[in-house]
Design a protein around this ligand. Structure first.
Ligand code: GTP
Ligand code: MG
Ligand code: ZN
Length: 390
């Protein structure tokens, strides 16, 4: 729970009449309410219709506001009102189709839900009112009681976030672990992309596992250095093949607990790996390995799936672009673990490790103690240059 904050919101024209009594504060009266004169926590000023607003209590730290990438909860914070959750059901958002969020309850029932308009009003970034993986409270409704209205989104921990059209886009929320999947061939390793995902996962508070797939297509001895590089940096790195089964038992082991997001470029085999982990899952995969055809994404929506052996996975669509969100160039050095021992030895305390003389990081690159490819990624991210193929 974040700190409480008062927010003033305008009534929508068609919402100016209270249609039912409510007792929102019954369970949430915690002494901080500043509206003791109203049992509902709302104060309506008698100033005539045009200026009618209500003051409501919100939790600024909720949802996106509490993400590790945005600890202050400033921009992108979702402010929420206090709601009576007694008549609500709780569940997790398994997928989002346009305005509908499909929520699954603990007993496995799925409810297509709309989002309470007020939640959208309070969210600064409308895109992220609800994200796949969110834990939500919804009021069942509809003719057969099989639809719902989302009233509250719980605080998120563990998010994968990217920048998209100058906004923060939460790809998936409440994940413990992310598999950063690449392929040796078709489409070919893109280590700078792996580095970017590593930074995003660190900022989102998610444990990364690097998965190098399609091992059947290459002589893996030639790539042992990649495994060595990332393993030494402290990241679990696996060689896998959805085709011959290599590495699948370890993946299965990793997935039995918590929630795992599967991310990576289109065509690297994310859905194929999940199908190999749980035969019968029957996720759609590309029919032929036609990785050159850029317009095609086989998986088009993030989908939260409950595995038979326990654990949840989120199969995400491959992204053509993965832009980091909210990382200042000056913060990048902290995300390159192998830079850390050298940084104190740079001549200038504010060294950016780009152009400065007597830079201990650059020296370490020169002597091979820091891999030049990692340093190259650092430079590209520092100068915000697009990565190869973007
Ligand atoms: N040889 C080989 N082919 C693979 C392997 N894994 C996947 N493929 C093939 O690669 C193609 C793409 O696989 P998908 O599982 O659809 O890839 P994806 O990452 O889910 O792609 P998007 O859903 O578009 O993001 C398919 O033709 C798969 O058969 C592997 O380990 N070895
Ligand atoms: Mg897929
Ligand atoms: Zn330096």
């Amino acid at each position: 729970m974040g700190k409480k904050k008062k927010v003033r919101v305008a009534f929508k024209k068609n919402r100016q009449k209270r249609t039912r009594a409510n007792d929102y504060t019954r369970h949430f009266q915690d002494g901080t309410s500043s509206a003791p004169e109203s049992p509902t926590g709302e104060r309506v000023r008698a100033k005539g219709d045009l200026s009618r607003h209500r003051t409501i209590m919100t939790e600024v730290g909720d949802a996106t506001g509490a993400s590790a990438s945005n600890p202050a909860g400033a921009e992108g914070a979702i402010a929420q009102r206090v709601v009576d959750l007694d008549s609500c059901l709780s569940g997790r958002v398994v997928r989002i189709h346009g305005l509908l969020s499909v929520v699954i309850t603990d007993d496995g029932r799925e409810y297509p839900c709309h989002v309470r308009r007020l939640l959208k009003t309070l969210a600064i970034d409308g895109r992220n009112v609800v994200a796949v993986g969110d834990r939500v409270w919804f009021r069942p409704g509809g003719a057969g009681g099989d639809e719902g209205l989302i009233e509250k989104v719980d605080s998120r921990r563990g998010t994968i976030t990217r920048g998209y059209r100058k906004r923060e886009h939460i790809l998936v929320a409440n994940v413990d672990q992310v598999l950063i999947v690449s392929a040796f061939e078709e489409p070919g390793l893109k280590l700078p992309l792996v580095d970017r995902y590593l930074i995003a996962s660190e900022r989102g508070g998610v444990r990364p596992v690097i998965v190098l797939n399609k091992a059947d297509l290459v002589d893996t001895a030639e790539y042992q250095w990649v495994v060595g590089l990332y393993t030494q940096l402290g990241y679990e790195t696996l060689l896998t093949s959805a085709a011959d089964g290599r590495g699948i038992p370890r993946l299965r082991e990793l997935l039995v607990e918590g929630t795992t997001a599967i991310s990576g470029q289109s065509g690297v085999g994310k859905s194929s790996l999940l199908n190999a982990i749980q035969p019968g899952l029957n996720l759609r995969v590309r029919e032929v390995s036609d990785w050159t055809f850029k317009g095609k994404h086989t998986t088009t929506n993030a989908d939260l799936i409950r595995l038979d052996k326990g654990g949840f996975v989120v199969d995400t669509p491959g992204l053509r672009q993965f832009e980091l969100w909210g990382v200042d160039p000056g913060e990048l050095e902290g995300h390159f673990v192998e830079f850390r021992p050298y940084i104190p030895h740079c001549k200038f305390p504010d060294c950016s490790h780009t152009h400065e003389a007597a830079c201990a990081v650059k020296d370490a690159v020169h002597w091979g103690q820091i891999h030049f490819q990692r340093y190259e990624t650092y430079l590209k991210l520092y100068y915000q240059q697009p990565l190869e193929g973007e």
